[in-house]
Design a protein around this ligand. Structure first.
Ligand code: ADP
Ligand code: TZD
Ligand code: MG
Length: 571
């Protein structure tokens, strides 16, 4: 058949969307059906795309974002118009903030009616609303443009700094028909969607010269380094330089947390004392105290110099001057550094590394003593010690983590051993990612998932335990039940309603999992928790362990108490 020959067969918008996604290797969609995309979910499933159907779009969106982070393919979230779109939008914005590639595809109402504000079913100008909250936003009006729309969405999500993309598909588009052959030709298989970006040789030299001059060097690994999937080179860089390193929370496991060069156990010391800091896929945002102030040793601030590896050139100097910007993809930058170092790279002064080791050993033995305690009511430490041992035994398990105290303690207590095994609240410190991330982790990796959830955090996505049961996913949710947000002890001074941070006491979260046929366990002791967790990981059965935690054990806002404004007026 020649190019302009017409076949008698017809295709339509539904099939073109599905074919375009499949052509680009998309094998899974996280969705919530309804007008106008119900048939799209059915047909996609019938065409062999794994369709994971959720109970709320935000969790489908979070699942897509996590899938994007784990696989370097954009995670796809599919929603209905207006309210469904808005429910997914939080996840899209969060993905963009965290530099995770995802595409939110939403059906929308009739343009003619929406634009004249004539009151259509679920009327909303979704494209305009999405635009400021994501990296790029597109709308497709003609079936013949579906291939272009999906190609642009994929390339936008993956190239440069990854992020969220919105794709608006009006209801009318799905039923539009066109010649099947012409339709096929209109689809685009995106070639090299995230092209390597090589750093300039002079910027590599500048970075190496600065690193060489350091007396107290430090490397900070961020989640960009985990996303980049150049694990062996990153490990080689750390080990060849001999420089102490700090992993940001989602970079934990790039090298095992037990690695001799990890400085996590003496974080405040190295941040305050380092003279040259190399950031690898980590922004100097609030999580790193903006690179200045007390955390960074106040007095050293003027003399400290930064090297920053990032794919986004405008990230440089965002908070403090970057003496040696290295703009490019992390894989290319790290390999250029390794080449440039050659052999015989001098190790950092022993005075620096010995001092770190001494502090680290002291802190680690203090931590070991705390973890060994077994208080009558479990606290964060005694419960997390159980999970720490479980992850050590199953380093391939994926840990999802949210909450305040539950997050902060788990981050420092639960060691990670492999890259991209820890998913958490990320750059925003957002609650509600738990079950969406857990579902995605289980679906795209097939590995056991352990979701460590504050009881408040869990509440944001708790209904998705039904989704976990429905797809029979190997997810073990552990709810750290301390009766509330931060603590369960606040009291309303006026009596009447309970305090705003306090929940129903002794809630039976495990029964939520039982309601859908999963395993629910109440754990009052580390031994009960260990038994239930071991069984869950071994069996792969959907499990929820309600871990009863001392309601007095937490602190306000966990470790970011200082960000919490307090009234100066003492009542
Ligand atoms: P963390 O929260 O772990 O400190 P951030 O989300 O602040 O990490 O930083 C991640 C950084 O990584 C972003 O600035 C992003 O531009 C960058 N990044 C993401 N992927 C790549 C990549 N493949 N190559 C280079 N930089 C990347
Ligand atoms: N809403 C959203 C979407 N994100 C948030 N971060 C918050 C509200 C505020 N918030 C926190 O920052 S942590 C947290 C909330 C509500 C819950 C802490 O309680 P928890 O954890 O039970 O999950 P701990 O272990 O009791 O501290
Ligand atoms: Mg709590």
């Amino acid at each position: 058949m020649t190019n302009d020959a017409q076949s008698t067969e017809q295709t339509d918008g539904f099939h073109l969307v599905i074919d375009a996604l499949k052509l680009n290797g998309i094998d899974t969609i996280f969705a919530l059906p309804g007008i106008p995309i119900t048939d799209l979910t059915r047909k996609a499933q019938a065409e062999g795309i794994r369709m994971i159907s959720f109970r709320h779009e935000q969790h489908a969106g979070n699942a897509a974002a996590a899938a994007g982070f784990l696989t370097q393919k954009p995670g796809i979230c599919l929603t209905v118009s207006a309210p469904g779109f808005l429910n997914g939008l939080t996840a899209l914005a969060n993905a963009t903030t965290n530099c995770f590639p995802m595409i939110l595809i939403s059906g929308s109402s009739e343009r003619e009616i929406v634009d004249l504000q004539q009151g259509d079913y679920e009327e909303m100008d979704q494209l305009a609303i999405a635009k400021p909250l994501c990296k790029a936003a597109f709308r497709v009006l003609h079936a013949a443009d579906i291939g272009v729309g999906i190609a642009r969405a994929i390339r936008s999500a993956l190239s440069g700094r990854p992020g969220g993309v919105y794709l608006d598909l009006p209801a009318k588009l799905f039923a539009q028909t066109m010649d099947a052959e012409a339709g096929k030709r209109s689809l685009i298989k995106v070639v090299d969607p995230a092209p390597r970006q090589l750093p300039a040789p002079d910027s590599v030299k500048r970075a190496l010269d600065l690193l060489k001059s350091a007396k107290r060097p430090l490397i900070v690994l961020g989640k960009g380094a985990a996303y980049a999937q150049c694990d062996a080179d990153i490990r080689a860089l750390i080990e060849k330089t001999g420089i102490p390193y700090l992993p940001m929370s989602m970079a934990k496991g790039l090298l095992p947390d037990t690695h001799a060069q990890s400085a996590s156990a003496t974080r405040s010391h190295v941040l305050a004392e380092a003279d040259v800091v190399m950031l690898v896929g980590a922004r100097l945002n609030w999580l790193l105290s903006h690179g200045k102030g007390k955390t960074w040793g106040g007095a050293n601030a003027d003399t400290r110099q930064f090297i920053q590896i990032d794919i986004s050139p405008t990230e440089m100097d965002s908070n403090v001057p970057i003496a040696a910007p290295l703009v490019g993809d992390i894989g290319s930058c790290v390999s250029a550094l390794l080449d440039g170092m050659g052999s015989g790279w001098a190790q950092p002064p022993a005075e620096w590394t010995d001092g770190i080791k001494e502090r680290k050993d002291k802190n680690l033995s203090k931590m070991a003593a705390t973890l060994a305690l077994n208080p009558a009511t479990m606290n964060f430490h005694s419960a997390l010690n159980v999970i720490r041992n479980a992850v050590k035994a199953r380093p391939d398990a994926i840990v999802v983590n949210e909450g305040a105290n539950t997050l902060d303690f788990a981050r420092s207590i639960v060691d990670m051993y492999e890259p991209r095994k820890r998913l958490d609240v990320g750059t925003w410190g957002i609650m509600g990612i738990g079950m969406g991330f857990a579902v995605a982790a289980a679906v795209v990796t097939g590995k056991p998932v352990i979701a460590i959830e504050g009881d408040s955090a869990f509440g944001f996505s708790g209904m998705e335990v039904e989704t976990i049961c429905r797809y029979n996913l190997p997810v073990c949710v552990i709810v750290f039940n301390n009766n509330g947000i931060y603590k369960g002890t606040d009291v309303n001074p006026l009596g009447g309603d309970v305090a705003p941070t306090v929940f129903v006491k002794n809630a039976r979260y495990e029964m939520m999992m039982q309601a859908f046929g999963g395993v629910g366990v109440l754990a009052n002791t580390p031994a009960e928790l260990a038994k239930a967790l071991d069984e869950a990981v071994a069996s792969g059965k959907p499990t929820l362990i309600n871990a009863i935690i001392d309601e007095t054990a937490g602190t306000e806002s966990g470790r970011i108490t200082s960000l919490n404004p307090q009234s100066a007026k003492k009542k």
